[in-house]
Design a binder for this molecule. Structure first.
Ligand SMILES: NC(=O)c1ccc[n+]([C@@H]2O[C@H](COP(=O)([O-])OP(=O)(O)OC[C@H]3O[C@@H](n4cnc5c(N)ncnc54)[C@H](O)[C@@H]3O)[C@@H](O)[C@H]2O)c1
Length: 320
């Protein structure tokens, strides 16, 4: 797949900015970044004459079709992200995820551009299945637990992508990302690793929500981007892939690892979910992907283990 002229929505965000850098390194001639800097930052984008930045909310762009003209591929990453951010901006993030994705698809259809969309492990909800593959049934909580709105909006994106594919109108690739970490991820919206690392570097308490026994798996952003690029090359249209690491760590052990790696004097403290988020919240106890499908399709296994990831993030935050 030709990747000379590429669109990255949300390109000033955490994953987007790492992707833009990688595409430039791979020799892309022109990258169109659309970002409203709601959670992303201009500084994340290196000055390059090859990056054309449109600073706007996606939904506010009237002539997206004509802006997309002549591009080879679209990575659609713009979304309201992060449990904290979603809880604080409920209807706005819902609309971005639904309306924003809809107009991106329309513009891709008009210009015959394939699109990769970033769905999420959240859509499995609190499934008790041992290992979550792409066909695992979802167990989403009630609508009164508002955190699930993010998951459902991403499910609508998936349905929209698959129905347009079935109708022969669009060439979508769907990836479901599990917790991704790395440089340029900020702590402001409730992401656990940057939050803990920043606290540890200031010798402040690391505050765990819940009792810390909940486990998560974390994936290095560079590994995630390797998969994006490979799936685009393979033209894996109409398919869904989990992307993540299978190695699990409890949040308590994660906190300790971060304290040890950064030689910090921080202590670990616990707060109940109710104290942090109120009654409108519930949290999965574990969340681990089955990645057989993507490993088989691409021949790539995620390279970074948790120790290496934490070491690199501590270094990055120290210099930040
Ligand atoms: N980081 C993760 O662990 C993770 C996990 C699952 C899914 N995802 C998905 O990956 C994508 C990228 O996430 P990220 O972690 O880089 O988050 P991020 O918040 O850093 O990136 C999102 C970017 O989109 C921009 N944006 C948001 N709403 C917009 C709008 N209406 N118009 C234009 N720009 C807008 C933001 O300013 C930001 O730069 C998102 O779609 C997210 O749902 C991420």
């Amino acid at each position: 797949m030709s990747m000379n002229k590429v669109i990255v929505t949300g390109g000033a965000g955490f994953i987007g900015s790492n992707l833009v850098e990688r595409l430039l390194k791979d020799g892309a001639e022109e990258i169109l970044v659309i970002d409203d800097f709601s959670t992303g930052k201009k500084e994340n984008l290196h000055d390059s004459s090859k990056v054309h930045l449109v600073e706007s909310k996606l939904e506010d762009i009237n002539d997206l079709e004509s802006q997309f003209k002549g591009y080879d591929f679209c990575f659609h990453l713009a979304a309201g992200v992060g449990v904290q951010y979603i809880m604080d901006n409920l209807s706005d993030s819902l609309l971005t995820n639904i309306q924003g994705t809809h107009i991106v698809f329309e513009a891709c259809k008009e210009n015959n551009i394939p699109v990769l969309i970033t769905s999420t492990s959240e859509i499995y909800g609190t499934s008790k299945e041992e290992s979550w593959d792409e066909e695992t049934k979802s167990l989403i909580g009630p609508t009164t637990k508002l955190r699930w709105s993010y998951a459902v909006s991403k499910m609508i994106d998936e349905f929209l992508a698959l129905s347009e594919f079935e109708a022969g109108n669009l060439r979508p690739i769907i990836v479901r990302l599990f917790n991704t970490i790395g440089p340029n991820q900020v702590s402001d919206y409730g992401m656990v690793v940057p939050r803990f690392v920043e606290s540890a570097l200031k010798d402040e308490d690391l505050v765990i929500h819940g009792d810390g026994s909940q486990t998560r798996s974390f994936t290095w952003v560079g590994d995630v981007i390797d998969y994006f690029v490979k799936l685009a090359e393979l033209k894996s249209f109409g398919e869904i892939y989990n992307i993540g690491q299978t190695e699990e760590i409890s949040i308590k052990n994660l906190a300790q690892l971060i304290i040890d790696t950064s030689n910090s004097n921080s202590k670990i403290k616990f707060l109940s979910h109710k104290d942090v988020f109120g009654d409108k919240f519930e949290d999965p106890t574990r969340r681990t992907p089955n990645i057989d499908k993507i490993v088989k399709a691409t021949g790539i296994k995620p390279g970074y283990d948790i120790q290496t990831m934490i070491k690199e993030i501590v270094e990055f935050k120290r210099q930040d």
